[in-house]
Design a protein around this ligand. Sequence first.
Ligand code: FAD
Ligand code: FES
Ligand code: MG
Length: 278
Amino acid sequence: MYQIIAKQKLNHIVEKMVIHAPYVARKCEPGQFIILCANEGDERIPLTIQDYDREAETVSIIYQVVGYSTKKLAEKEVGDTIAHFAGPLGVPATLHAQKRVLGIGGGVGAAPLYPQIKALQEQGVSCDVILGGRDKDYVILQDEFEGICEHLYFATNDGSLGTNGFVTDVLNQLLAAGHVYDEVIAIGPLPMMKAVVGITKPLEIPTMVSLNPIMIDGTGMCGGCRVTVGGKTKFACVDGPDFDGFLVDFDEAMRRQTMYKKQEEHICRMKRGGENHA
Ligand code: FAD
Ligand code: FES
Ligand code: MG
């Protein structure tokens, strides 16, 4: 059992939890994730390791409440326990030594971006970051990024914070203004990462993306997280989740991500019904 040490609401659907998980905290690196079951017998859900403290033996996760399992997790409070917390899983991000890196985080994509930018900054790399969201409430981790990047830019769909538009609008503005980056790290919804690569690929700015396909076992056995990268089949749980964005087949990844939408909605309705009748 893994105890919840702290819990914080970041906006009305996104929360952060600090979990006491000594083994994960000791071994994890930026780019890795865990798979948890909120309660015994619950569905397994993958979540990125947003931060860790090796001395305190804690790991932070940030989750958006989107369906049944994230709702179950959100019902837990400080002092409660999480039944299973397996990890660290996935390959640590390859943090190429660079002079200037641009990080782009869309919505909860800011969570996996944070440890990578933090590690780069600790290695002496100068980092700019663009954070995006539907409106200013959906932009998370502003204070944390302020402390580790040189310039922080924002894009919101309603203009309530930063540029009125998308993170790609800010990216275009920065490139047009002559900013030069050795690498871009883009993490967020698949259409966002595809759009970023649409800009960076013709300009040959190496771009890493983080894929979040459906995962079940997280050990390369079930095939659920299959993605195509450079024409080859890869399993995001053991070969990723970070990949060279120029090589990712985003259209296939987008098709596969929504494959079980009907079943997920059905389960959510069924379980809600069951709870109401209990
Ligand atoms: P459901 O109603 O079951 O599903 C809602 C949507 O979530 C689905 O349409 C699908 O796109 C996705 N999803 C559902 N089940 C899975 C699954 N088993 N694996 C992957 N995606 C699934 N979300 C965060 O909010 N914060 C994170 O830091 C984060 N990190 C992730 C890291 C990785 C490597 C992966 C693969 C996913 C990550 N996700 C993260 C997505 C998160 O796992 C899903 O939002 C969660 O599983 C939804 O569960 P649900 O039952 O609440 O929703
Ligand atoms: Fe099963 Fe990756 S989650 S192979
Ligand atoms: Mg689910």
